[in-house]
Ligand binder design. Structure first.
Ligand code: GLN
Length: 240
């Protein structure tokens, strides 16, 4: 049984980021892979070593402020699980808070967990629009598409980018990077939500979660025609 944890589903759910959890769960269920969902709200606790896939979505500066203190309580358990290979997908506001800090347009510094080596500072303008990136997932090149809307500009330290920007802004609109990857933690600014129309990425995350539990299985192929069509439509629009 794979355990999926959605952290702060009520606070960090901008642009329907919950769709990433739905896509992960459904692509497991279509393959008869037993999976359960745990929604963890502020004030609740969990041992992240019991979790196989953790999702953190996006949120406005206000929501990020509201949950930063609660997130801090999970720091050591989360750090330990991440170092042990916990698979994490974190989008935008959630991404920012896994790093050192997010400095808002008002100059207030929202502390992050400091588990990933990056920091975020609000820029002059919001980075908004459709975005296409190229990821290399253990030799598999995947072009992903999504939508970004963030004031924060993220700068990477010793972590790798998730991908390179093909169209749009990405981490900061300057260095051509998008997102971050550290061990099995994948961070991105791509809302959309990201996973439903980037099915190869979803399957990659499912395989990583299974492998961490010692299950090395080929995933049953699915009819991905709808997902491919959605992804190609955006790639053709953005890269023509
Ligand atoms: N509030 C953060 C920013 O504006 C994150 C926004 C988001 O999650 N879309 O950069």
């Amino acid at each position: 049984m794979l355990s999926v944890c959605h952290l702060y589903p009520d606070l960090l759910n901008l642009y329907g980021d919950r769709g990433n959890v739905i896509a992960f769960l459904q692509r497991c269920r279509w393959r008869d892979i037993p999976v359960q969902l745990i929604e963890l709200n502020a004030g609740e606790s969990i041992d992240f070593n019991r979790v196989d896939f953790l999702f953190l979505g996006g949120g406005s500066d206000r929501e990020q402020n509201l949950m930063a203190a609660d997130l801090e309580k999970h720091k050591e358990s989360l750090r330990e699980a991440i170092e042990d290979g916990l698979v994490v997908l974190s989008i935008c506001g959630g991404y920012q808070l896994l790093g050192q800090y997010y400095r808002t347009p008002r100059g207030e510094e929202i502390p992050g967990l400091g588990i990933l080596d990056h920091y975020t500072v609000a820029g002059e303008k919001r980075l908004i629009g459709n975005v296409a990136i190229e990821m290399n997932l253990d030799g598999q090149s995947i072009k992903a598409t999504g939508f970004e809307n963030h004031g924060g500009q993220t700068y990477l330290g010793s972590v790798e980018p998730l991908g390179k920007v093909l169209a749009g802004y990405g981490n900061n609109g300057k260095d051509g990077t998008e997102g971050a990857r550290y061990k099995n933690v994948f961070c991105s600014y791509l809302h959309g939500p990201l996973l439903p129309k980037n099915h190869q990425f979803t399957d990659y995350l499912i395989k990583l979660a299974l492998q961490r539990r010692g299950i090395d299985k080929q995933l049953t192929p699915l009819d991905d025609s709808f997902e491919k069509s959605a992804n190609n439509t955006m790639l053709n629009r953005l890269l023509k």
